[in-house]
Design a protein around this ligand. Sequence first.
Ligand code: CO
Length: 134
Amino acid sequence: MPKVKQINHVAVVVDDMERALGFWRDALGMELHELRDVPAEKSQVAFLPLAGSEVELVRPTTDDSGIAKYLAKRGPGMHHLCLEVDDIEGMLAQLKARGVRLINEEPRTAADGKRYAFIHPESTGGVLVELYQL
Ligand code: CO
């Protein structure tokens, strides 16, 4: 049976990266590991790792992406929770069999080779959940 291993990251959508870093990096003192543009996702992301997990800040760089629309509609805030699983195909099949609404029925592959898929908030109690297999 596929297994959830740990929380991989928590993602927060921001409209002003420098202001967000003023809190997460400067006020809390978390280490900024990486700040980069992800053209494929039309966003800029910052990673602030902790033991076994990280906080990810995401800022849309265009107006037309899903995350830009989310920001326009709801404002900055918590965007998604990412769970690391040991078998993403198996987990998606298990969720599907239980009638869980999936955003990605098949895993997608990120530039760094990680595979991921999103679960619709309608089935999770209102939280956008991402699954990751490293
Ligand atoms: Co994520």
